[in-house]
Design a binder for this molecule. Structure first.
Ligand code: GLC
Length: 626
């Protein structure tokens, strides 16, 4: 290792020492020294084996820690096999990603999953090897390198709440290894599981009821929050932390630049609670952040915590005292509220709920999205609903019914997921196009379905944060109707919205007669406008404004150097005229609509139209990524 790299490691160990230490003091008060030594040993080994190109990237990123906040930063998420067939196939489609204008790609189900049903790749047998059906370890490294050469950062999952029941650790635990048994949460009888169950919800009540699975070889109940083949790790055992730090750094050394902490909210269990969002889960994330800061600062963390509004911002480090935690977290609340506005044609609930959220701490931002590979849970809080005179439970029921197309005036064609008669909870599946009313036969290029899909994305792109396009949405791709023919998928309706990429649709993207091209060109406009709009820099702040018209959702994004942009979205199917008072948010004139620079009457909003209004000139100084 070069002398300078050794010096950098020393500096980073020092810089992150207190963060690591305070996380460990909270997690393992009796074993702090020993665990710290274990983490530092893994950090040192990983740092010393980091490739020269990544060492250089670390230094660049330390100088520019805001790299992921730049307004031109746009993500894309896909299953590797569904997008490209295999890793080489993904590589063959890098040009497509570049044409679309994205520069972050979240590849799912890449690491070696268990055979058979594996919860869409979220039951991992081996964190250090890709799924052999996708390619070899060197194919993966090559792909990550090619993506970086094309200016695209790779995001992979660290499935951290559980391993597969066929992971080597689980196999050894079943074979009687005490060390490996302790990596999991096992109970000889039902007394503790029953006590926990009293306050535990069920994540998959229909597919996998209960949170514990009897494993005869171990004569024990194993904690299995998700599916019976996903064994929860015992994060209260510091060996789990040290082992997973090693896995994390392995991913970082592959060249992964964003690690998605899958199901991070579930990592810490505490009797008498729902075992989500516990202080320990945050300390775990903070410890992982410190390890990355020490060994691989080019790599950042994305929290996958799809939780209620009150529990969201802490994953970005917003606590009583601010902490360095994840740099990115999904803006689940914006996602839910946007769908809610479209169904009710009313922006008042969204305005109240989003206004209440604390801002993302400095140096962090939201990942904004319209939908993902999971179901949509209708995370509308009772408190927010009550603020606008709604009953929370009734509104959640309304949304579930509306999006499975079973409500007067519904345009949606989604399906139910995990209906739980005990709690009345129902979640929703379906591609964004089918939830937005853009299934085949629901109209041509100018149809409301196209406008709705683009409205959803225009909010996600214009709100500030890093917007992510879910594979296929850029082409208006519809549901996979045939998923249930595969017996390992039939019981899980999330596969409806995980269709294979369609070469036919891809080929249509430049044919103006098609719906596909209408959608594609709408995305091109969003990408173009975002790149120009410095006010959308992630270091800015967002304020949701009361437009005075329930049909108009409004927000202002401000950056101290790059100006501000006022977003206006007409969530109704009627034409509306926004109140001139909303323009007060913009202090400079003349104003231009970045999405439609030729627009004359800026306050006139066609059905389902979105405008990003900016004081002319204030956006031209936007920085470009890298
Ligand atoms: C995350 C994934 C989801 C998976 C779950 C369990 O929420 O997004 O697909 O089922 O974790 O790993």
């Amino acid at each position: 290792m070069a002398v300078s790299a050794e010096a950098d490691l020393g500096r980073r160990l020092h810089e992150w020492h207190d963060d690591l230490r305070s996380a460990l003091e909270g997690l393992y008060p009796d074993r702090v020294e020993e665990v710290q030594a274990g983490v530092v040993a893994r950090v040192t080994a990983a740092s010393r084996s980091r490739k020269a190109s990544l060492v250089e990237l670390d230094i660049r990123r330390e100088r520019n820690p805001d790299w992921f906040l730049e307004p031109g930063r746009i993500g894309y998420a896909c299953y590797a096999d569904r997008f490209g067939g295999d890793l080489r196939g993904v590589e063959a489609r890098v040009g497509y990603l570049q044409e679309l204008g994205v520069n972050v790609v979240h590849l799912m189900s890449v690491l070696h999953p268990r055979a058979g049903d594996n919860d869409g790749g979220f039951a991992i047998d081996d964190y250090r090897r890709p799924d052999p059906r996708l390619g070899t370890p060197s194919d993966l490294e090559h792909l990550v390198g090619s993506l970086r050469d094309a200016g695209i950062s790779t995001c992979l999952d660290l499935v951290m709440n559980h391993t597969s029941a066929d992971h080597e650790w689980a196999v050894l635990a079943r074979e009687g290894s005490a060390y490996h048994r302790e990596l999991y949460l096992t109970f000889p009888d039902r007394s503790l599981p029953d006590a926990y169950e009293a306050t535990l919800p069920e994540v998959f009540p229909t597919m996998s009821p209960g949170n514990f699975t009897w494993v005869p070889e171990m004569q024990a109940w194993v904690w299995t929050t998700f599916r019976e083949f996903q064994w929860d790790l015992n994060w209260a055992n510091p060996d789990v932390l040290v082992e997973m730090v090693d896995v994390l750094l392995h991913l970082a050394n592959l060249g992964v630049e964003i690690v998605r902490l899958d199901a991070v909210a579930f990592t810490w269990k505490r009797m008498g609670t729902n075992c989500q969002n516990q202080p320990g889960a945050h300390l775990v994330a903070q410890a992982l952040r410190a390890a990355l800061g020490m060994a691989a600062p080019a790599c950042i963390l994305l929290a996958e915590a799809i939780v209620g509004p009150d529990d969201l911002v802490p994953y970005l480090g917003h606590h009583e005292r601010q902490r360095r935690e994840c740099q990115l977290a999904y803006h689940n609340q914006l996602m839910v509220q946007t769908w809610s506005m479209l169904a009710s044609r009313d922006a008042r609930l969204a305005t109240a709920a989003l206004r209440r959220l604390p801002p993302a701490p400095q140096g962090t931002t939201w990942l904004t999205y319209v939908r993902c590979h999971d179901d949509i849970g209708w995370a509308v809080s009772d408190q927010d609903a009550a603020t606008v005179g709604l009953d929370g439970a009734a509104h959640r029921r309304f949304l579930a019914r509306f999006y499975r197309g079973d409500y007067p005036g519904s345009f949606a064609r989604g399906v139910a997921f995990s209906t739980n008669p005990a709690t009345g909870d129902e979640r929703t599946c379906g591609m964004a196009s089918s939830l937005a009313g853009l299934t085949d036969g629901q109209g041509g290029p100018g149809s409301p379905g196209v406008a709705r899909l683009l409205l959803l994305y225009a909010i996600a792109f214009g709100f500030g944060g890093v917007p992510v396009i879910w594979m296929g949405d850029e082409l208006g791709l519809g549901d996979d109707e045939g998923y249930h023919l595969d017996p390992t998928r039939a019981a899980d309706s999330r596969w409806r919205h995980r269709p294979p990429m369609s070469p036919e649709r891809m080929a249509q993207r430049h044919d103006p007669a098609t719906v596909t091209a209408a959608v594609w060109s709408g995305f091109a406009r969003l990408v173009q406008a975002r790149r120009q709009c410095g006010a959308l820099h992630g270091a800015g702040s967002v304020q949701v404004v009361d437009t005075g018209d329930p049909a108009v959702f409004g927000w202002v994004r401000r950056h101290p150097r790059y100006g501000c942009v006022l977003g206006l979205a007409n969530v109704s199917e009627g034409t509306v005229y926004a109140s001139p008072s909303v323009m007060g948010a913009l202090d400079l004139a003349p104003v231009v609509d970045l999405l439609d620079p030729a627009a004359a009457d800026l306050l006139l909003l066609e059905p389902l139209a979105v405008r990003w209004l900016s004081a002319d000139g204030s956006y031209r100084t936007a920085p470009r990524p890298r």
